[in-house]
Design a protein around this ligand. Structure first.
Ligand code: G6P
Ligand code: MG
Length: 217
């Protein structure tokens, strides 16, 4: 185990709930319902792919300029929420785990579809832990394509099989597994069936235990 690659939204920071509120608001405005189940499908997808999902659900064929307006509207609502987010909304044990991994010379990378990733890392004050930050501005393919994690591994000079990926999204776990990574799901075991192992959150995780899990002990 040489590196850990973390998804952001829903793994390190509890921003998944803000994405949900903002997408729901847009979907409702476009005349369609948006449920927790819909939200689960959108986790990990890019902003563009998320809008596609809602437009299909609403049976709307949109022009490019309409799409831009709607994506911006959703993002502004999302940013309003995120900008009110206190620093302590970083998820429990996140900072402790990142610090412990650093102490053991484990490389740390971010693998997120979000174009707001840097802003959020700064907001909760964890940017300094990352050796590489791959966000939505550096990728061209949305999860479940493994591009984001492969770029992360490359930037920290590691092979996929030397890394653990932490993900809360079905699409993200598919991305990790198809890229050849060991994948830890963060969330519910019944939902995250692609993961090698699932934990409800980061709370109980530590370096020694991750080593054991990684080695299959
Ligand atoms: C993450 C979230 C998605 C979000 C995507 C793009 O992967 O799980 O819900 O849509 O990032 O985020 P952005 O902040 O660029 O809209
Ligand atoms: Mg996520």
């Amino acid at each position: 185990m040489k590196a850990c690659i973390f998804d952001l939204d829903g793994v390190l920071v509890d921003t998944a709930k803000y994405h949900f509120i903002a997408w729901k608001r847009l979907a409702n405005e476009l005349g369609v319902d948006f449920t927790e189940h819909d939200n689960e499908q959108l986790k990990g997808l890019s902003r563009d792919a998320s809008l596609d999902y809602i437009l299909v659900k609403a049976s709307i064929i949109a022009t490019t300029s309409e799409r831009e307006v709607w994506k911006e509207r959703k993002n502004n609502w999302y940013l309003d929420l995120v900008n009110q987010m206190p620093e302590d909304e970083v998820l429990p044990n996140c900072k402790e785990l990142l610090a412990e991994l650093k102490k053991h010379n484990i490389k740390i990378a971010l693998g997120s579809a979000s174009k707001n990733a840097k802003l959020i890392l700064d907001r909760v004050n964890i940017t300094q832990y990352f050796d590489a930050i791959i966000d939505g501005s550096k990728t061209s393919k949305s999860k479940p394509d493994p591009e984001v994690f492969l770029l992360g591994a490359k930037e920290i000079a590691c092979q996929p099989e030397e890394c653990i990926v932490f993900e809360d999204a079905i699409s993200g776990l598919k991305a990790a597994k198809s890229g050849g990574f060991f994948a830890i799901g963060i969330g519910e075991e019944e939902v995250l069936t692609e993961a090698d192992i699932v934990f409800p959150n980061l709370l109980t995780l530590n370096y020694e235990q991750l080593l054991k899990i990684f080695r299959g002990e």
